[in-house]
Design a protein around this ligand. Structure first.
Ligand SMILES: [Zn+2]
Length: 393
């Protein structure tokens, strides 16, 4: 709905007719259950010398959609702040997407366990983007065809250039397509806070950003009677979003640095040891470096934490370019062949959103302003004392 992942168009845009790395079918065939998927994720962390999930994780977590009650199924990870109860909640379906999500959530759990000995105030990510990046970092290794083959989820895979381009394109449809969306979510929200976007322009300002950054438009004309930003969980639950954008960049920085540590990537030999084939599985050296950073929690400024793993103190998107290098070269060649227009042009005759409102607004709310204020103060107080939780994007 939000075009935050484009991987579902892979079957339409797939460049070469090679076997897919979507292991969903295999998972179903094996009769895999959500708990088996969580064990796969746990085993990856443990292989790096990181911590196994405690028994409280297995008894307290919700890994399947309960049959006896309604719950909010949006996946999240919870630190109950007593040093032993670390839980996740995920209505796991048996498919590859949810396997990746399980790694994402368990990345939060691993972070929480690593910094559990810090004073409460520092039991957090170096910045919120770091917290979102850890599980995704693991998934970058787990998703490689070689790794999936090794853990018995992929029978055979080709290792030629065509299969590699297919693989990198599917990763790009996930990771690159996310960047503009990850950015515009909070851009829209910050414009609301700045009164640059006001209630009369909520929806069309949203679609302006969607078109400008993502190059997408709605399937039918929208108006100010609609509130499309509200379709996104993080808008209606007031959950910040910029961390997912930061995470998308920093996870590749972590991956690049740890792959060098694990001797799985050689910047001087990108053909022999390319970044997209790196799998840090079983590298205790990589795990040790990562643990050192995770254990800091938020007790040091994030550039110091970043430096432990990467040797650098700044966010840097060049690791993404490194990872996708073969795909970039291939795309340039293909686009040249077809003289493809790069980018998109706004079709002014078909505006995606009409700045009109037919229904009356402003008078529907009967709420008493002072009650709203007291409720706001109460919710603030609750959030200050609440448990730490992290969500999936
Ligand atoms: Zn998350």
């Amino acid at each position: 709905m939000w075009s935050q992942s484009w991987v579902n168009i892979m079957d339409i845009v797939k460049p070469y007719n090679k076997s897919s790395i979507d292991v969903t079918e295999k998972m179903v065939e094996k009769g895999m259950q959500p708990v088996d998927m969580a064990k796969i994720a746990e085993e990856f962390f443990v292989s790096l010398g990181l911590t196994a999930m405690p028994s409280e994780f297995w008894s307290g977590s919700v890994l399947e959609k309960p049959k006896d009650r309604e719950i909010i199924c949006h996946a999240s990870a919870w630190d109950m702040c007593n040093g032993k109860d670390f839980w996740i909640k995920q209505c796991t379906r048996v498919n590859m997407e949810d396997l990746v999500t399980l790694h994402h959530e368990m990345g939060h759990t691993q972070y929480q366990m690593q910094y559990k000995n810090q004073p409460k105030i520092f039991r957090d990510g170096a910045n919120p983007g770091f917290h979102e990046a850890i599980g995704d970092l693991m998934a970058l290794s787990v998703q490689t065809p070689h790794h999936l083959h090794g853990i018995g989820l992929l029978d055979q895979f080709e290792e030629d250039e065509e299969a590699e381009i297919n693989y990198l394109l599917s990763m790009a449809l996930e990771k690159i397509a996310f960047l503009p969306f990850g950015y515009l979510m909070d851009l829209w929200r910050w414009n609301v806070y700045k009164n640059k976007t006001n209630p009369d322009t909520y929806n069309c300002d949203w679609w302006d950003l969607r078109e400008q950054y993502q190059g997408v438009s709605p399937p039918e004309v929208r108006t100010e009677d609609d509130f499309d930003p509200g379709s996104k969980f993080h808008i209606t639950t007031n959950s910040p979003y910029i961390q997912y954008f930061v995470s998308s960049i920093v996870q590749f920085q972590f991956h690049q640095a740890l792959c060098i540590t694990a001797d799985q990537f050689d910047p001087a030999n990108r053909v022999g040891k390319p970044l997209h084939k790196c799998d840090i599985y079983r590298s205790h050296a990589a795990g040790e470096k990562l643990a050192k950073m995770l254990q800091l929690g938020s007790s040091k400024p994030w550039p110091e934490a970043l430096e432990i793993v990467t040797g650098k103190r700044q966010l840097d998107a060049s690791a993404i370019l490194d990872y996708f290098h073969p795909l970039i070269v291939w795309l340039e060649k293909e686009n040249n062949k077809t003289k493809e227009h790069i980018g998109w042009v706004r079709d002014k005759s078909h505006p995606p959103c009409l700045r009109t409102k037919t229904k009356k607004s402003g008078s529907q709310s009967n709420s008493n302003p002072s009650i709203t204020f007291i409720l706001g103060v109460f919710l603030c107080a609750v959030s200050l004392t609440k448990l730490d939780f992290f969500l999936v994007n």
